[in-house]
Structures are given as structure tokens and as C-alpha cells.
Design a protein around this ligand. Structure first.
Ligand code: SER
Length: 317
């Protein structure tokens, strides 16, 4: 990877991934692709090149790939699970029609492609505890349907055309930089904001609902490590289970109360979010990622909580 394009560079993951890639590969070698209305700001804007890249417009992607001699694309354009349920056709258009565009440009211009999948690619009939790498994937949400299709189409381009596609199934991602918008796992970010602001948190997910989560530094490291991995070791490609922690709302609340004893949480369950959460795994088995490309996360619930509270306190001061 010498010249990299991040599509969706101002989104939840993209804003931090772009900065991390610039740190590792040089500022001028990483192009922040954004859609109009979501321009990069601050350091993201100042530190390197950016370009308007609408994933639904193949010619636009191709023009940027040619101009910057791109050889790797991180395709992060997507709607999160709850929003995708209210705009299913748009979710498909961005997630799948957009992916076709990216893959076609990648085939023509020999680019490697990373397009994230998710715990949302599983469904009710998937084994929920220590969900295996290769198992039943019959989601009923549009988010999940588009993620399974992402995995299949990415593998198709690898097998048929040799396009170097690789991916991980991200769990809920927790970060103190760009907030997520419209996901089922957003509560695990929002809860820290409430704790730092001294507010009571009203949890939309029921007690006892376990989901896999991950701190952003591990998520970024996972994506980049996979793209750098020795291809001869990869048995799988699209997409690897990766895991670092699994908890329910009670556990994250208790982890916060160790540091903020006055913090309080009540429940007001959101039926759509709960239905989606119930259909997702409680925990993933990430043995294949550990064996094939040495996946090894650094953060657990407690170390993440310390870091989140510290960073958010400084940010919201
Ligand atoms: N964070 C995502 C969501 O909740 C899951 O991959 O939609």
C-alpha cells in the first residue's frame, strides 16, 4: 500500500482511520474521500489531500484513483443498522451498488480493497455464543443483508478476477472522536458521554443483551494489519471475525461506576434496536484471525473505560 484512498473518510471509522493511515504511510499518500455536505474539518482537512468521492458514482472514484495513483481503497461508505432499516433502498445503493463501483475500479487499476463487514451479517439462526468464523448467515435486517452480500461480492472479485479484497466483521466500535450515527451498538458510546457530563443514562438496550464491542484503536489496527498481512497465510478473506470484548449494559455501567460512582443508568428499551441486538451474536470466535494474520487486540472493557473517560473529560471540558 503506497497510495491509499479512504471512501467515507469523515464518518465514524473513516475520520480516525485516515489519520492513522497518514501516520503510518505519510500524510500526502492518503486521500480523504468524502461526500459533499460532509467535508473534512480541522486536522483531517489540513494534514493531507482530500477529494469528493461519492461511492455511487464509479467515474468519480476512478478519477481520484487515477489522479493519485491509488493502489489500496478502504471503502467505508455505509448506513448503520438502525438507519438502514428506515432507508433500505439507500442502504443497498450505497453498500452494494457502491461496492460494485469500487470493485470495478479496483479491477481496472489493480487496487487492494477493504470493505468492512459486521456482526450484523449474522442472524437469529446463527449460533450466538462464540459464533464460528464459518457459520449460518441469514440476517433479516437490510444492514445485515448488505453486509453478507459485501462479503460474497468481495470474495467473488478475488476468486474471479484476483482483486485483493480483504475484510473483517466489526463489532460495535467505541471511540471518543467521531460519534456513530444510527447503529444498534451506539449506546456503548453514548453511555460514556452521559457519564462524563454528569447525566443519567437511559439505555435503549435491555439488561442481559450481550454484544461484541471494540475500542477504536484495536479496530484501526485490525483493518490495517489485515491489509498488510502475508496473503499466502490467508485461508479466509471476506470477512474475518475479530473480537476483543463482549458485555451487556449492566457490565459497562459497572465498569464506569468504578471511576464515576455517582453515575446512574435506567432502561427504556427501543423495540427496533432490541430486535436487531437479539439477532446478533453474544460473542464471536476470532481464532481464524489470530491464526491467519496474528490478530491480537490491546484493550478490554476496563482499560477502554479508563481511556474513554479520560479522553472525553478532556474533550468536553
Ligand atoms: N455498529 C454497527 C451498528 O450498530 C454494527 O456493526 O449498526
Amino acid at each position: 500500500m503506497k497510495h491509499i484512498l479512504v471512501i467515507g473518510a469523515t464518518g465514524q471509522i473513516g475520520s480516525e482511520l485516515t489519520m492513522e493511515l497518514r501516520k503510518r504511510y505519510g500524510n500526502s499518500n492518503v486521500v480523504a474521500g468524502y461526500i459533499s455536505g460532509a467535508e473534512p474539518q480541522g486536522e483531517l482537512k489540513e494534514s493531507g489531500p482530500s477529494a469528493i468521492v461519492d461511492v455511487t458514482n464509479g467515474a468519480m472514484i476512478e478519477a481520484v484513483v487515477k489522479e493519485y495513483q491509488i493502489d489500496a481503497i478502504y471503502n467505508l461508505a455505509a448506513l448503520l443498522s438502525v438507519v438502514a432499516e428506515s432507508k433500505p433502498m439507500l442502504a443497498w445503493k450505497i453498500g452494494i451498488d457502491g461496492l460494485w463501483n469500487v470493485l470495478e475500479v479496483a479491477r481496472e487499476h489493480q487496487c487492494a480493497v477493504f470493505t468492512p463487514s459486521s456482526i450484523g451479517s449474522f442472524g437469529e439462526s446463527t449460533p450466538h455464543v462464540q459464533t464460528p468464523q464459518d457459520t449460518i448467515q441469514r440476517p433479516r435486517t437490510m444492514y445485515g443483508i448488505s453486509k453478507v452480500t459485501t462479503e460474497l461480492l468481495s470474495d467473488y472479485y478475488y476468486n474471479k478476477y484476483g482483486v485483493d479484497t480483504r475484510s473483517v466483521r466489526f463489532p460495535g466500535i467505541i471511540s471518543n472522536v467521531t460519534p456513530p450515527g444510527g447503529g444498534t451498538t451506539d449506546y456503548a458510546v453514548d453511555i460514556y458521554y452521559s457519564a462524563v457530563k454528569g447525566e443519567k443514562f437511559v439505555c435503549p438496550i435491555a439488561k442481559g443483551t450481550f454484544m461484541d464491542m471494540m475500542y477504536m484503536p484495536d479496530a484501526l489496527n485490525g483493518a490495517i494489519s489485515l491489509m498488510e498481512a502475508d496473503p499466502s497465510r490467508l485461508v479466509h478473506r471476506n470477512a474475518f471475525n475479530i473480537a476483543s470484548m463482549s458485555f451487556d449494559p449492566e457490565m459497562i455501567c459497572k465498569a464506569i461506576q468504578i471511576h464515576v460512582p455517582s453515575f446512574e443508568m435506567t432502561y427504556e428499551v427501543d423495540p427496533l434496536k432490541q430486535r436487531i441486538a437479539n439477532s446478533w451474536p453474544d460473542s464471536l470466535d476470532d481464532t481464524c484471525a489470530r491464526e491467519e494474520w496474528d490478530w491480537n487486540p490491546a484493550f478490554n472493557l476496563n482499560t477502554m473505560t479508563v481511556d474513554m473517560l479520560e479522553k472525553l473529560s478532556a474533550k468536553l471540558k
